[in-house]
Structure formats: structure tokens, C-alpha cells
Ligand binder design. Structure first.
Ligand code: FAD
Length: 545
């Protein structure tokens, strides 16, 4: 699927009337595509950049109820989310994996320990599930020896789960395509088409991977705007007033050797008592997040963690894990995403509700807000609203599988151990046997201390619609976030696996590599901001120079 030349094949077949066009290839668009394709609709998803380019590859990677939302009284959001968490753990095992959280109680934090106990109890009741327990100071310190012992009064353990967010999006989109949906990346919707009476009836799409910039007018019975933080820009074309507040959230990624955690830990920032998390993810430890209004003048640009945010998160890490003695040099990478939340004018960004919304304006349906965790519920609601305009008025309230079942048989002998197999099954689902049998056996070795294997790079380059190198290194395989220097030390290895599969000559490879390094430095490095890397560097030596 999505072999070399796939984008041209899609372009040549796109000029036909569609039942539905979806704008945006994050998790919201992916969920819509999957449900609509399963209902037998002729559905096309158009993504301006890469699949999962937006918020859906820059989240906190949790499939969760949002324990801290209980603090703000958002009970219904929490109930809905913990139930979806349970569904995903059941239907997407290995991709969504259980994660224990420790919730320490500090005398200085102002929240009595019994209140935390009530919170974890309520969290379980909403699921419903019984997975919490209380701990003494000694027990907590045994579980997490790095934890700050000053003022510690004991605490609790509760249960949530985590995911590779970009791979979640890709798995949902690819399984939707296998059911008959069509998806295209680097295809921004530039304009909406309107009927004489002003109703939205299609889109104008441009090919962002074509120097000639070919465009096409596409008719559709229903157009759904799933453009995440950019949804207001799409809505502005039907004259709708902006309703979103873009909140930037950033994360720091640490080498797990410097901050080893067996469970996630809920932290309170010493400066303002804001709840944050530290959690083990893919062989690293991640700390986040901030929650700040994103300035309008930066809207068009990729967000990045500011020096103030980095200092703020580092202060939380140093306070919460004093024995680790963390410094800026321990940060492997940073990343930052924009939450599209509905603007109700609350003084603090963290008080804005994370609930989702569905709006219908001149026939354009907008689905935004919410969370990764509830993408299935969001998709069903928006599609049900569109149902009367679709052939056969499908009933989207019916329960359907989203994820294909895992394969029943695997090639023998297996080139991977049981942990690697579990990891691959989660990411590649029913495609795992094809990956295992078509990649050279010697490439199934782990990449450094990460759970990923080298074979995934070759597979992604051959099969997964990579258009630019950052698609491969930031979203298909997450080396740009998980390895030091964005993986630059592995230049030779990455090139040997990917260049031929991508069909790039040496000039194209060099320019893609330089563009990737520049992007990594400006957006994902420990010191993001403006580029400090010369554009004429060719490989890792440039970083150590
Ligand atoms: P996006 O992922 O942003 O996708 C929108 C897509 O639309 C983009 O890829 C963009 O390129 C595309 N697009 C824009 N304009 C056009 C156009 N004109 N034509 C075509 N395409 C277009 N949720 C959880 O459940 N768990 C978490 O742990 C969690 N943590 C979070 C942490 C942070 C810091 C943030 C910011 C959010 C977090 N969320 C979490 C929320 C969750 O990540 C988002 O709700 C979700 O990813 C939004 O997905 P989306 O598809 O709506 O938007």
C-alpha cells in the first residue's frame, strides 16, 4: 500500500464526486475516515502536510480519562474518556498499553491526602474498574526512589494507558484505506466550493508535493472540517467567527538512564501547583506539559517550546526528582503542540473545557476540541449529524470495530523476540506478518535502547507514504524525538535503509537530510527556536562540529 507513485494514482482518480471529503489527517480525520469507509461511503481524506503532522503527533501520548480534569469538575469528559480508554485497551492491545501512575501527596501542596484518595476512587468508579491503591511514604519511595521525600505524606497508585500517537493515527488511516477509504497527504484544501445558495458542496485541493502546484475542484455531498487547531481558518471561509483558543503544550524528553521511571508520576509544579506528568515512553522519560495561549502571530508556524517553558518544566523535574540532579544537558529533545479548545474566555487556559464540539455552518461540519482518547465518539457524533445527506442515511450510532483484529498466524521462524513482536503488532496490526516476512531478518535489531527495530525504517520508506524525511524520522519511526541529536549519529544507517526505498538520488537525499536537521534544530531540539545549523551540512559530523 502507498508504494512509490501512489500519490499520482490517487490524483488521477480524484476527479469524481465523493460522498464525503474530510479536511485534516490527524486523529479526528482518521476516525471519521475509518467510520465512513466502514459504512461503505466514498470518502476522501485530504491532509495539508503529513498524516499526524499536527497536534496528533505532539500529545502527551496518554489514552486517559484526564485525572486532573476531575479537579476542574469536568466529570462527564472524564467518564466518557475512561470508558473509551477501556475500549481501546481491549480493541487495540499492544498499541494502547496499560500505564500505572503514582500520585504523591505533599503536605505543602494544599490538597489533603484523603481528597486525592477520593479522586482515584471516583476515577475508577467512572470506568468502571478497580485499579487504585494507597501507599505509605516508604512504599512510594521504594517504587520511585528518585521522588522528592520532603513533606511527602504517602500517596496513591491509579491506572491509565499510553500510546504512540502518530502510529495510532497511521494505523487507523491505513485500516480505513484497506476498507475502501482514500487518504492523501501533502494535499492542502485551499478553498471551499459553494452552491448558488451558499451551501458547501466541495473543496479545491492543491498538490503540495508538486512544483507545478496542480489543483483540483472536488465535489462532495458532505465536507467535514477536522483541521484541529486550524479549524477556524477553514470555518472563516463560510464567514464563521473564530471560536477556538489555541493552547500550546510542550514536553521535555529525557534519556531514561538519567531519569529512570518504572511508572508515570503525577507532579505538582512548585511555582503554581499545576498538575503535570512524568512518564516512561518508548525507552525515554517524558515530562509535560505546559498550557499557554499561543500567540496569533505564530499561528502559521510550527509551535516549539520556548526557553521559558523549558525552564518551567525543568524546574518541575528538578523539584520532583531532586536525586536525579537533572540539567538542561539531560534533555534529549523537546516538542510542542496546539490544543484546539473552545474559547469561553476563562482566565486560566487550564480551566477551559477539553470537551469536543460539532458545528454545522452553511453545510460545513466542523469537528474539533476533545482528545485523542475519544476520537471514536467524536467521529460517530459528527457523522450522525451528516447522515441524512449521505446515501442510505447510515446509522453511525451502531457499534463497529475501529481496529482490525490482530493476525492469527505469523511467519516462522520469527525474526523477533516476544517484546519486539508485541511492539510491532501494536503499530502494524494485521500488516505485521507482511512486515516480518518482507524485511531482511538482520534488520530486526533494536535501535539503541528503544523498542523500535531498524526494519521499521525500510518498511515505512517502502510502504507508508513518506514524502519528506521528517515524515519518516518524526512520525513513522520516532527517532527524531527519541535519539540524541535527532538520530544524526545514525546517518549512515538511516541512509542505507531508506534512500533506495524512497527512490531518491544523492542530491535529493542530501537536501532532505539538511531540511530534516534544520527542522529538528528549530522545533524538536533541546534548544528550539531559530536554526543554528548551516544548510550545507551533510551528516552527523555537522552536529559535532
Ligand atoms: P490535528 O492532529 O492537529 O490534525 C489536524 C490536521 O489538519 C493537521 O495535520 C493539519 O496539517 C491539517 N490541516 C489543517 N488545515 C488543513 C487544510 N486546509 N487542508 C488539509 N489539511 C489541513 N489527548 C489525549 O487523549 N491524550 C493526551 O495525552 C493528550 N495530550 C495532549 C498534549 C498536548 C500538548 C496537546 C496540545 C494535546 C493533547 N491531547 C491529548 C489532545 C489531542 O492531542 C488532540 O485533541 C488531537 O490530537 C487533535 O487531533 P485533530 O485531528 O483534531 O487535530
Amino acid at each position: 500500500m502507498w508504494h512509490r507513485g501512489w500519490r499520482d494514482s490517487i490524483w488521477s482518480a480524484m476527479d469524481q464526486p465523493w460522498d464525503m471529503v474530510i479536511i485534516g489527517g490527524g486523529i479526528t480525520g482518521a476516525g471519521l475516515l475509518r467510520e465512513a469507509a466502514q459504512a461503505g461511503l466514498r470518502v476522501l481524506l485530504l491532509e495539508a502536510r503529513d498524516f499526524a503532522f499536527g497536534t496528533s503527533s505532539r500529545s502527551s501520548k496518554l489514552v486517559h480519562g484526564g485525572f486532573r480534569y476531575l479537579r476542574n469538575g469536568q466529570i462527564s469528559v472524564t467518564r466518557e474518556s475512561v470508558r473509551e480508554r477501556e475500549w481501546m485497551l481491549h480493541e487495540a492491545p499492544h498499541l494502547v498499553t496499560p500505564l500505572k501512575f503514582l500520585l504523591p501527596s505533599y503536605a505543602s501542596a494544599g490538597t489533603p491526602k484523603w481528597q486525592l484518595g477520593l479522586g482515584v476512587f471516583l476515577y475508577d468508579v467512572l470506568a468502571p474498574k478497580w485499579a487504585h491503591r494507597g501507599y505509605s511514604v516508604q512504599q512510594l519511595m521504594r517504587l520511585c526512589p528518585l521522588m522528592n521525600p520532603t513533606d511527602l505524606q504517602g500517596g496513591y497508585e491509579y491506572f491509565d494507558s499510553e500510546v504512540d500517537d502518530a502510529r495510532l493515527v497511521l494505523r487507523v488511516i491505513r485500516e480505513a484505506v484497506q476498507t475502501g477509504g482514500v487518504a492523501l497527504n501533502y494535499a492542502p484544501v485551499e478553498r471551499l466550493l459553494r452552491t448558488a445558495d451558499g451551501q458547501v458542496c466541495g473543496v479545491v485541493v492543491r498538490d503540495a508535493d508538486d512544483f507545478a502546484g496542480r489543483t483540483l475542484e472536488i465535489e462532495a455531498k458532505v465536507v467535514i472540517n477536522a483541521a484541529g487547531p486550524w479549524s477556524d481558518e477553514v470555518r472563516s471561509q463560510v464567514g464563521a467567527a473564530p471560536r477556538l483558543r489555541k493552547l500550546r503544550g510542550s514536553h521535555l524528553v529525557f534519556d531514561a538512564e538519567r531519569l529512570p521511571l518504572k511508572q508515570a508520576v503525577t507532579l505538582l509544579h512548585p511555582a503554581d501547583n499545576r498538575a503535570m506528568f512524568a512518564f516512561p515512553w518508548e525507552g525515554t522519560t517524558v515530562i509535560g506539559t505546559t498550557d499557554l495561549d499561543h500567540p496569533a502571530d505564530l499561528d502559521q508556524d510550527d509551535p516549539f517550546a520556548t526557553p521559558e517553558e523549558i525552564d518551567y518544566m525543568l524546574a518541575a523535574a528538578r523539584f520532583s526528582f531532586p536525586a536525579a540532579d537533572l540539567t538542561p544537558a539531560d534533555v534529549l529533545s523537546t516538542y510542542s503542540g496546539l490544543r484546539p479548545v473552545i474559547n469561553t474566555g476563562k482566565a486560566s487556559p487550564s480551566q477551559e473545557s477539553r470537551a469536543h464540539v460539532v458545528w454545522q455552518e452553511d453545510g460545513l461540519i466542523t469537528l474539533t476540541g476533545g482528545k485523542l482518547t475519544i476520537f471514536r465518539i467524536m467521529a460517530k457524533q459528527a457523522l450522525q449529524l451528516a447522515s441524512s445527506r449521505l446515501p442510505g442515511s447510515p446509522d453511525f450510532t451502531l457499534p463497529r470495530r475501529i481496529f482490525n483484529p490482530l493476525p492469527r498466524s505469523l511467519p516462522a521462524p520469527l525474526p523477533v523476540d516476544i517484546n519486539q513482536l508485541s511492539y510491532l503488532l501494536g503499530r502494524y496490526g494485521a500488516e505485521t506478518p507482511a512486515l516480518l516476512s518482507s524485511m531482511p531478518a538482520g534488520e530486526f535489531t533494536c535501535i539503541h535502547a528503544l523498542p523500535s527495530v531498524w526494519a521499521e525504517l525500510r518498511w515505512a520508506a517502502r510502504e507508508e507514504g513518506v514524502v519528506h524525511l521528517d515524515d519518516l524520522l518524526l512520525r513513522r519511526v520516532r527517532l527524531g524525538i527519541l535519539l540524541p541529536n535527532g538520530g544524526a549519529e545514525e546517518y549512515d544507517h538511516i541512509r542505507a535503509l531508506a534512500q533506495d526505498e524512497l527512490g531518491w538520488d544523492d542530491d535529493r537525499w542530501e537536501s532532505e537530510w539538511n531540511a530534516y536537521l534544520d527542522l529538528w534544530q528549530r522545533r524538536y531540539s533541546p534548544t528550539p527556536g531559530e536554526s543554528s545549523i548551516s544548510l550545507n551540512v551533510s551528516h552527523a559530523s555537522a552536529l559535532s562540529a
